[in-house]
Design a protein around this ligand. Structure first.
Ligand code: PLP
Length: 250
């Protein structure tokens, strides 16, 4: 097995090449190291190799992993946030990539102002229109932004997030229109609201180079960095009490 430093070097090279192709500066793109389902040692490894952002998709998993691993990384919630988990989520995470409704923004605002947090939020947009994908429709974005500006003073909307449809490796070009659409939507919203939305969270292990070419500022990388995710889930005390120690995922 190759060591993590070599794997990361290879990913870095691929990101740098995509930046060159798009005429972008390498420092416009940051890796979100997606450590979900992995143990806390993976967070340490990422940190020790210079990665500064950790992405998790479940509040309960971050609740044990974050205190068990190094302090230093920014923790980003990349998965759907349920309303009843907003309070613990605000304690654990600095950035929220998947906010998909005005109602969820309201909940975040209520708790954030109560406990004195200033969360950074991306709006998740379903640009592909696939029914299986979460996120708001592109045409809903202006109203949600208006709502955020009018009613959510604790929240900063930093930009937008999307997931492209899953495609086989040799068809990765097919993801390009979705990433491009998110960038164009961002540009339209900046003009419309005379505001800056600098962050675009798009691109995963299978399609990050295309996403970088289309303007991604955060690529969310799991498998390409840490290998296939374990089929058994690590469950720690901080997780739901009804879960046993090891549980087969899905
Ligand atoms: C798991 C996950 C990723 C990382 O996926 P890989 O294909 O393993 O890189 C990215 N984004 C979200 C929202 C995820 O849940």
């Amino acid at each position: 097995m190759r060591d993590f430093g070599e794997i990361l070097e290879d990913v870095e090279r691929r990101i740098a090449a995509a930046c060159v192709r798009a005429g972008r500066a390498r420092d416009e793109v940051e890796i979100v190291a997606v450590t979900k389902t992995h143990a806390e040692d993976v967070v340490r490894e990422a940190w020790e190799h210079g990665l500064r952002i950790v992405g998790e998709n479940k509040v309960q998993e971050a609740a044990w992993k974050k205190p068990a691993s190094v302090s230093g990384p920014d923790w980003h919630l990349i998965g759907h946030l349920q309303k009843n988990k907003v309070r613990p989520a605000l304690e654990l995470f600095d950035f929220f990539h998947s906010v998909d409704s005005a109602a969820l923004l309201d909940r975040i605002e209520t708790i954030a102002s109560e406990i004195g947090k200033r969360p950074h939020v991306l709006l998740e947009v379903n640009v592909s229109g696939e029914r299986s994908k979460s996120g708001m429709k592109p045409e809903e974005v202006p109203a949600v932004l208006e709502h955020a500006f009018a009613h959510c003073p604790s929240v900063t909307i930093e930009g937008f997030m999307t997931m492209a449809p899953f495609v086989p490796e040799d068809k990765v070009e097919e993801t390009r229109p979705f990433f491009r659409r998110l960038r164009e939507l961002r540009d339209e919203m900046e003009t419309r609201f005379d505001a800056g939305f600098p962050r675009l969270s798009m691109g995963m292990s299978g399609d990050f180079e295309v996403a970088v070419e289309e303007g991604a500022t955060w690529v969310r990388l799991g498998t390409v960095l840490f290998g296939e995710r374990p089929k058994t889930k690590i469950v720690r005390a901080a997780e739901d009490a009804d879960e046993t120690t090891v549980k087969v995922m899905d």
